[in-house]
Design a protein around this ligand. Structure first.
Ligand code: NAD
Length: 443
């Protein structure tokens, strides 16, 4: 099949590369010339395990191309995937300008049947808006062409995006049309042979499914953080509680880790956007508001614990931070808890000495050259002369640590473990003061 993908971010590039790898001919379009130029040279501007090799292989095979030329993109594929950003507007609702601009482009240039597949996370009713935009463009040109619009929300996780795309639990498609069902089946056939993962439904349900999935996952995190905060005040250990409740198959062990709050480009914005969607139809989504409020509070726990350990005075203190990305295996720092921590430390007059295996460039891009930020090349360098260590991201390489060496490198023996990756007793045995999340050690 000939497939065009608009947007070469985490979703668009992974979609394009995986569909090309399955044998389709794919052209990716982006409005960012620097991104397209880099991709044409084989440089993948984001860190996503396996993606660079996948892009390289399919470029060499001639199945994957990149362009800024939208007209060429529209002419290329029968299938036109929309995978552009839907960032939050000022009121928290999804900003639809990029999606609708692609719809305008398609309407402006199409000269035959197109199936427009929306992969971006969008409010319920967007397929209708995309359809209306294309119809208006065609009317403006005085031409008529047949086309369909379907919803195909993406569920991939950054850090495991290729695995999720190629072996995901389900492929949701919102459409009422047999023709679209057939085209989507053909498109995904290479990744749908083990068992049928395609779930067809009406368009509005498909659009809501994506928000409901992210809201459910965010709810699990906020629920566990609420329990952790309670455990902390009651002298209980949330890690024991986690094992205790996870053993119930109705609850399960997945995604019930307490920590320093969720971040990233999806959960925060999608929970807020769903709240706005509810508001617009006259429904107050009380649970979503609570999920968000708990998360906002949780993101400040690292700073509060740290500050309490120094009697509220972080002025002139150097804080070592391990992990900047919002989760392991990505360089994405959008809404990361590390940012809440660092910005609070700076406001309190402290200095940050940070290490992350992948997100150093992103941190430099976000914060520039500041006197109160040092980015270390190795995790041990971040400790050098620091007053405390805070773990913000549970990268695998942090899981085994020499606690005695950490204690010796720090000026004061304070460790705040925002992801509960260490056993408190082992850390304390090395002479460090250990503060985890919800581990009966409220400070
Ligand atoms: P991103 O910000 O990484 O990439 C978006 C890309 O679209 C950018 O490269 C931008 O230059 C490009 N773009 C903007 N306008 C364009 C246009 N008119 N034509 C062509 N390209 C254009 O975004 P992302 O993280 O890939 O997310 C895309 C969508 O998928 C969002 O709606 C997001 O909520 C959703 N989503 C994201 C993830 C994730 O983990 N990142 C997972 C599932 C769903």
């Amino acid at each position: 099949m000939k497939i065009t993908v608009f947007g070469t971010g985490y979703v668009g590039l992974v979609t394009g590369a995986c569909l090309a790898d399955a044998g389709h001919d794919v052209l990716c379009v982006d409005v960012d010339p620097a991104k397209v130029e880099a991709l044409e040279r084989g440089v993948v501007p984001i860190f996503e395990p396996g993606l660079e090799a996948l892009v390289a292989r399919n470029r060499e095979e001639g199945r994957l191309g990149f362009t800024v030329d939208a007209a060429q993109g529209v002419a290329f594929g029968t299938m036109q995937f929309i995978a552009v950003g839907t960032p939050p507007d000022e009121d928290g609702s999804a900003d639809m300008q990029y999606v609708l601009s692609v719809a305008t482009t398609i309407g402006r240039h199409m000269d035959g049947y197109k199936l427009v597949v929306n992969k971006s996370t969008v409010p319920v009713g967007t397929a209708d808006r995309v359809r209306a935009t294309i119809i208006a463009e065609l009317a403006g040109r005085g031409v008529e062409h047949d086309f369909d619009v379907c919803s195909n929300p993406e569920f991939l996780k950054e850090g495991a995006a290729i695995e999720d795309f190629t072996r995901g639990a389900r492929i949701v498609v919102g459409t009422e049309s047999d023709k679209v069902r057939e085209l989507m089946r053909e498109c995904y056939a290479p990744y749908n042979w083990n068992h049928d993962k395609l779930i067809f439904m009406d368009v509005r349900s498909a659009e809501l499914t994506k928000y409901a999935a992210n809201a459910m996952l965010a709810t699990k995190i906020s629920f566990m953080n609420e329990m952790a905060n309670l455990a902390e005040r009651l002298g209980a250990d949330i890690e024991n509680v986690r094992l205790g409740i996870g053993s119930d198959p109705r609850i399960g062990y997945h995604f019930i880790y307490p920590g320093c709050g969720y971040g990233g480009s999806c959960f925060p914005k999608d929970v807020r956007a769903l709240e706005r969607i509810a508001h617009e139809v006259g429904y107050e989504a009380r649970m979503l508001s609570a999920v968000e409020a708990v998360n906002d509070h949780q993101k400040s726990t690292l700073f509060n614990k740290l500050s309490n350990a120094f009697d509220g005075d972080l002025n002139g203190k150097t804080i070592a931070v391990w992990g900047l990305a919002f989760k392991p295996n990505t360089d994405d720092m959008r809404e990361a808890p590390s940012r809440t921590l660092m910005e609070a430390v700076w406001a309190a007059g402290g200095h940050i000495q940070a290490y992350d295996p992948e997100a150093r460039d992103e941190c430099r891009r976000l914060y520039g050259d500041r006197n109160d930020l040092t980015l270390a090349e190795h995790r041990v360098d971040a400790l050098d002369g620091a007053d405390a260590l805070v773990i913000c991201t549970e990268w695998k390489e942090f899981r085994v640590a020499d606690f005695k060496a950490i204690r010796d490198a720090l000026r004061t023996p304070v460790m705040v473990d925002g992801r509960n990756i260490y056993e408190p007793d082992s850390v304390r045995a090395a002479g460090l003061l250990y503060f985890g999340v919800g581990r009966g050690d409220s400070v």
